[in-house]
Design a protein around this ligand. Structure first.
Ligand code: FES
Ligand code: FE
Length: 390
């Protein structure tokens, strides 16, 4: 099997779809400033990352009571903690006394409580203030409201084995936004459940520090116009991707494995069969789903790949990618290698694009070809919430 491919071999240009009648074939992208300006990024932090549901941690990473992880959501440091009752909770990672950052490690394990490293105010795993030095002088008659001076809670929901958090006072409906976007893409609400992602285990995790704006990463993920050029391994496994049609975004459509392909692996050799809940319709198929603003989900017969994005600056995004397999499976290297290569290829492309965002050549943006026109929906979604870039 060859591992190279080229746009010409795959007839990319000739096979590309035309724009519908009356629609200009070249549509504008957002202007460069939307990808570089500190004030636009700050507006996105406020109106998107701190307003929508963000996928924060893999629940099973916080197995025992006292296990914690902190994540950056918009401008806030958020702490996710496993409680003594077994539940997960999220709090702002800020001491209520004089505001010291409570947990300075990215993850860890405490025994029974969380103690501020500054003046030692101490909080239970449920966030309540439970002790402070000289407490008798603070709580003279024992009436101090420990909840009121407890850690500030953050909304949390668990789904697909992940804890999702939302910083909004009144979060948007999780069912309508997160679950709704998956359902809309797959054409049914139970397809994703059949993969059983909650009970799969993280066989591999890769953290990518990408020097690119988060929107470039989403836009790249949403289109397949680049697939024939930069993804030789992926287009071998999924020949229709070489046509650049973005067929992965048609409702209910999963890209079919090539006839010579035995599994979703770097060289197309056999993987691990299919997950127990799957039907014939999901076998030998790849589904890609974007959950705005920060998750990409990939479903293949024997595993699930979940990307969580954490936009840190206009030109910097951390992407954490988990490969989830059935428990007990070993030897996943060639399965992992396929999408790891795809990730590296994609993120390098995004990094090559980022410097151009501040060039005068991109002052008014670039253009989207017909196979990329669905990206306009994403731009509209952003500008509706954040406002137009200026
Ligand atoms: Fe945390 Fe003082 S700032 S105890
Ligand atoms: Fe790609």
């Amino acid at each position: 099997m060859t591992t190279t491919s080229s746009p010409i071999e795959h007839g990319l240009v000739d096979d590309a779809p035309a724009a519908p009648e009356g629609v200009e074939p070249l549509q504008p992208t957002m202007p460069g400033v939307a990808y570089t300006a500190a004030d636009y990024f700050a507006a996105e932090q406020a109106s998107l990352f701190e307003a929508e549901w963000m996928c924060a941690v893999r629940s099973s990473d916080l197995a025992a009571p006292g296990a914690f992880e902190r994540v950056q959501i918009g401008r806030e440091s958020v702490l996710i903690v496993r409680g003594r009752d077994g539940g997960l909770r999220a709090f702002l990672n800020i001491c209520r006394h004089r505001g010291a950052m409570l947990c300075t490690e990215d993850s860890g394990q405490v025994r029974r409580n969380l103690q501020c490293p500054y003046h030692a105010w101490t909080y239970g795993l449920d966030g309540r203030l439970i002790a402070a030095p000289n407490m008798a002088a603070i709580d003279i008659d024992g009436s101090l409201d420990r909840q009121q001076y407890g850690l500030v809670p953050v909304h949390l929901r668990e789904w697909l084995g992940y804890a999702w958090v939302c910083l909004a006072d009144e979060p948007p409906s999780f069912e309508d936004t997160v679950i709704g976007s998956v359902t809309e893409r797959l054409g049914s609400s139970d397809t994703v459940e059949r993969y059983g992602a909650t009970d799969l285990v993280v066989a591999h995790r890769q953290v990518y520090d990408v020097a690119a704006n988060w929107k470039l990463i989403i836009e790249n993920f949403m289109e397949c116009y680049h697939c024939a050029t930069i993804h030789p391994e992926l287009t071998e496994v999924l020949p229709e991707f070489a046509q650049g049609l973005a067929a992965q975004y048609h409702v209910g459509h999963g890209a079919e494995f090539g006839s010579e392909i035995d599994g979703f692996t770097v060289d197309g050799h056999e993987g691990f069969g299919r997950l127990p809940g799957l039907t014939e319709a999901e076998d030998r198929r790849y589904f890609a789903i974007t959950v705005r603003p920060g998750v990409f989900l990939n479903l293949v017969p024997d595993h699930v790949i979940v990307h969580r994005m954490f936009p840190l600056a206009p030109d910097r995004t951390t992407v954490i990618c988990d490969w989830l397999f059935a428990p007990g499976i070993e030897g996943v290297e060639s399965s992992v290698e396929l999408f790891h290569r795809v990730n590296v290829q994609d993120f390098e492309a995004c990094e090559r694009t980022q410097p151009a965002m501040s060039s005068r050549a991109y002052r008014n943006g670039g253009v989207l070809v017909p196979a990329e026109h669905h990206i306009l929906d994403f731009h509209e979604w952003v500008t509706e919430r954040v406002g137009p870039p200026h």
